[in-house]
Write a protein that binds this ligand. Sequence first.
Ligand code: MN
Length: 734
Amino acid sequence: MQVHSETEVRPRRRPKRAGAGSAIGELVDKVLQYQPGADVEPLRHAYEFSSRVHEGQKRLSGEPYLTHPLAVAGLLTDLKLDLPSIIGGMLHDTVEDTLATLPEIESAFGEEVAALVDGVTKLSRVDFTSHEEKQAENFRKMIMAMAKDIRVVLIKLADRTHNMRTLQYLSSEKQRRIAQETLDIYAPIAHRLGIYWIKSELEDLALKHIRPEIYAQLKSNVAQKRKHREKYTNDVISRLSKALAEEGIDAEVGGRPKHFYSIFRKMENQSLDFSQVYDLVGFRIVVDTVRECYESLGVVHAKWRPVPGRFKDYIALAKPNMYQSLHTTVIGPNAQRIEIQIRTQDMHRVAEEGIASHWRYKKEKDLQVTDMQRFAWLRQLLEWQQNLSDPQEFLHSIKEDLFPDEVYAFTPNGDLQSFPKGATVIDFAYRIHSDIGQHCSGARVNGRLMPFKYILRSGDTVEIITTQEQTPSRDWLKVVKTPRARSRIRAWMASQQRERSVALGRELLEADFGRHGLDFQDLQEEGTLETLGRELGVKNEEGLLAGLGYGKVMSRQVLAKLVPADRIEGDKKQLEGGLERLFRLVGSRDRGVRVKGIEDVLVRFARCCHPLPGEDIAGFITRGRGVTVHVASCPTGLDNDPERKVEVNWSEDAQMPRAVKIEVGCADEPGLLAAISSAISEAGVNIARAHIRTFDDKAVNTFEIMIASSDQLRQVLQDISRVKGVYKANRVQG
Ligand code: MN
């Protein structure tokens, strides 16, 4: 068993002195350590290129500019990135800050490196410190860069890390601005990518420049308590180690001080003084197997009382950035709270180095892969993203985690579009153009044919397929997520319906006019129809015809304005338009609902929401089927064209009982069903049907009962709920 304590932060690497050939020599050595046999000539070449074009430039610190790209490349070797990334880091400022051009870089270092430098250059021009909306937009650009090639973002992270380390040379206003941006954008990205050491360093450096007084105070407080803390830490470590050894668990136990920013956050969030923050040290138990993780947890909890609600199992449920561990907080020696993380060696590597180590770890198990390929994981991420489903899943989850409510998809030209989560191919089509949306019949998503219902995922490249015959349908409204697509589809449906209704209205009117010796065309040309439309409150001629078509206006009303009443009366039977005839045929059924403005109309109750007397309702005219009554808030009802909406009210005698389905959950006990049935009967309600299902010790009973009003339903549900053993009683649809 190994026991070790890292009670202080490891010393940060200092930027290397430039000029000496040893700087590049050291860098090359580091690369060869994890990529033995790699061709490092291009890296040496990049160093020479960079030193030539940055010649004479100095950083604000007074050091030669070359120290910066060298340090950035060094950080990228700490991340064990592939050679193109390290070369890209070496060259990352050449296009922005020197006379060097992209074509030059491309011809000297190839397309891949040039694309990385281009990506970093573009990202550097993005200003994340502008106001909020723009920041969101820029954040999207960052994600776009990440989706295209995640290495661009890693080079940018290394660049920012070195700039933060040397921030003191800037004006204090600039310091604060850059530090804030680091806290807002770069530290979260490092966190999401799981690169813990960059995340905590960025946060500490940002705190130092944004709240220098707090940082200084924390630093001195931590230093003052050091002796005491070290003693305490060693005490906890040795007790834990002993307890684990007694159970035969081979473990590494360590403790390390939390970084300043996390202490600061804790003080802020919980309004604590420094003196009240006890757990300045986080403890860690690293074991060999998952089983030992849980065994160790048992040992810890047996030794010290766990704090309720603080246990988290990230082994069973890994974080999206692949982090796995068990977390617990216990009341340790001297009644101090201590936080303990328990994980395996593999999990530990992932926790420290993020997705890089995840890939390395996977590859180590796969022995066919050469060392060279092993560390090209980032490039593979990009390739896999296009070819395989699993790594895409991974990238997807990273982005999901960063922006849980949005998805990002590309046009074939590489333009990025963002959508609300759940958006479909149709939303994408309408985003491009209304006409494209109108005729969208599907899409090629990442080269594969997908139906219009396909739900977009981040990273998808979407090419919309249109056909002239395709037009919007009501189903589309059920799958779209963007307001734009929804409103365009509705507008199209309304215009189609209106066109049909106008044609139908004209047909009806022409027939009825013919019977009375009136000429439709004459009346139209004189403007009589236009006038009649106004008089009947439907705006104009078109409104009149559409109203007739919908059935909102009766041809009898139109004729009354043109023909003496006695003549219409005499011909009443003949005069009835198609719609009126239909209503009469089916028979006027007063089902307890009055439709405003229309008498003798067939009323049906919608099967989706089963309105009950007393509920708020809305009616919709359906040609040939009278008026369908929905509950006012019913989504299916609201999907109807608002032009077809008519006002409906319950009449006073609307007490005709209707079948309503209810569900009653209760314990599966003898006699309970009888008790429920009698509760229903006692409320004066008849049971039309009953159905009983039992699960384990529970029963779910479905009853169809005859209900006359919403008040009565409420009452009977209440009565049922009072029966002992019933745990729920509610209405169900259908
Ligand atoms: Mn730079």
